[in-house]
Design a protein around this ligand. Structure first.
Ligand SMILES: [Mg+2]
Length: 211
């Protein structure tokens, strides 16, 4: 199943667990374009979707259930909307030569098949888990305290903290996309390494792995 750990087979190499939305595939930018096709707009006034999506005609706020429905529709149509960030695909292939790479993508499980197909189309055939469970326990179960280096890459501070709490020896890499709305994102705790680009992430991961 694409929604659990059972199908993942690790080798005796270091492990990199990597988020997908707004780390590998663009999310916020195409989601805004998608909203416009529905007559809505996203106002960059705080770091959340719910409360900041408004109806373009009367400026009323779209309520939480309707926001969830919009995100679901977007994920159904993700192959039409989502493209990778510059350098992400090449960087992941470079890392995949020296480490096991696993995508840990937070989305309702019904979208796992489409997400898998989109990643495959982009040559990103690394294993993937699609789940809405907390990322820390997932990475802990995957890594299983093996005596090998482990790294985690995400654009959401709460995910980085979750993994830090459950996998103390994990290198935590914060890679926020270059978007205005991330100016409102919370600041990560000390111990989380912030980078601005995939090539920087590559350098930091490689030096952590000792190569
Ligand atoms: Mg993300």
């Amino acid at each position: 199943m694409l929604t659990d750990l059972e199908h993942i087979r690790l080798t005796d190499r270091p492990l990199i667990v990597c988020d997908v939305d707004d780390v590998v595939l663009q999310f916020a930018t195409p989601f805004q374009a998608f909203l416009e096709t529905r007559g809505h707009r996203l106002l960059p006034r705080s770091f959340k979707l719910t409360g900041n999506i408004i109806n373009g005609s009367d400026e009323s706020v779209i309520e939480a259930p309707a926001v969830r429905a919009l995100i679901n529709e977007f994920f159904v149509e993700q192959e039409r909307w989502q493209t990778p960030f510059a350098d992400a695909v090449d960087s992941l292939h470079a890392l995949g030569k020296q480490a096991d790479l696993v995508f840990l993508t937070a989305m309702p499980p019904q979208h796992a098949e489409v997400r898998r197909r989109l990643l495959d189309q982009l040559t990103l055939t690394f294993p993937m888990i699609a789940t809405e469970e907390a990322k820390g326990p997932m990475v802990a179960a995957l890594h299983d305290a093996r005596p090998l280096p482990v790294a985690f890459v995400d654009d959401m501070v709460h995910n980085l903290h979750s993994v830090g709490d459950h996998v103390p020896d994990c290198l935590l890499i914060y890679l926020p996309p270059p978007l205005d709305i991330f100016q409102f994102a919370p600041t990560p705790q000390p111990g989380v390494r912030r980078v601005e680009t995939w090539p920087q992430a590559l350098d930091v991961i490689r030096s952590h792995f000792g190569g």
